[in-house]
Design a protein around this ligand. Structure first.
Ligand SMILES: NC(=O)C1=CN([C@@H]2O[C@H](COP(=O)(O)OP(=O)(O)OC[C@H]3O[C@@H](n4cnc5c(N)ncnc54)[C@H](O)[C@@H]3O)[C@@H](O)[C@H]2O)C=CC1
Ligand SMILES: O=C([O-])CC(=O)C(=O)O
Length: 231
């Protein structure tokens, strides 16, 4: 079972919830955590668009768990505390679309070779590991709750006017529109209106360029699948 397999169950649930939000609370900020996030966020956006109430500043895919896992797994390699080893994770929220930018992390940039490959794989497939281990009994419940709460707190801090609240999240994004990809997770500054500023991904290492090349076509497919479902 992959996140993409969840599409058949979750697509219509997410669409109907988005339609209801569009009707009764069109100005709500919507945080989408249901999988596959790469498709469910475009489903929400398209559904709101159809209702004439889509505001790209207010729809977010929660990719925080990838950030949490990256810091945790990097800390296991370096021996530092996860709080001291933050890693920006960009792209989407499934397997090869999850791109950890270790070269931009003080602790991560020193990780090379086989250790690097294993670390990236664990970050990309940590969620699948849990799903497999639970064998049909659900997913990473507690860490998902932590990730959801952490992102919600960040958004609330931004909405309350705090400056400099920046975290990766999957939003309508101009960064890869030239590749036909209009949703992407990168560092986003959150503010009184929701999305305040979408940051570019910054310089990539040669390994990260490769990860990005694997990410983009898969992400494009996932996004198109979501949009086609609503159309
Ligand atoms: N973005 C992320 O980081 C993560 C996302 N997930 C995703 O979160 C979702 C929930 O995962 P779990 O809690 O493990 O699943 P679960 O199966 O334990 O819980 C799903 C809940 O949704 C409820 N539900 C079913 N149909 C509904 C409907 N039509 N309207 C409202 N509620 C409905 C069920 O009663 C159940 O309580 C899944 O889509 C999973 O893939 C899970 C882990 C991480
Ligand atoms: O695949 C799943 O349902 C679980 C998931 O997203 C994660 O743990 O990151």
């Amino acid at each position: 079972m992959t996140r993409d397999d969840l599409f058949n169950t979750n697509a219509s649930i997410v669409r109907d919830l988005a339609a209801a939000v569009g009707r009764v609370a069109p100005e709500a900020h919507i945080l989408v955590i249901s999988n596959p996030v790469n498709s469910t966020v475009p489903i929400v956006a398209k559904t709101l668009e159809k209702a004439g109430v889509f505001d790209p500043k207010r729809v977010f895919g929660v990719t925080t768990l990838d950030v949490v896992r990256a810091a945790r797994f990097l800390s296991e390699v370096t021996g530092a505390k996860p709080n001291d080893t933050p890693v920006t994770v960009v792209g989407g929220h499934s397997g090869p679309t999850i791109v950890p930018l270790l070269s931009q992390s003080n602790y991560g940039k020193g990780v090379k070779g086989e250790v690097y490959d294993k670390l990236v794989h664990r970050i990309q497939f940590g969620g699948d590991e849990v799903v497999k281990a639970k064998d049909g009994a659900g997913s990473a419940t507690l860490s998902m709750a932590y990730a959801g709460a952490r992102f919600t707190n960040s958004l609330l801090r931004g909405l309350n006017g705090e400056k400099g609240v920046t975290t990766p999240t999957f939003v309508k994004s101009p960064l890869f529109v030239d590749r036909g990809i209009d949703f992407f997770s990168s560092n986003v500054e959150l503010g009184p209106n929701g999305v305040e500023k979408i940051h570019p991904i910054g310089p990539l290492s040669a390994e990260e360029e490769k990860l990005m090349e694997a990410c983009l076509p898969e992400l494009k497919k996932n996004i198109e699948k979501g949009k086609a479902f609503v159309a």
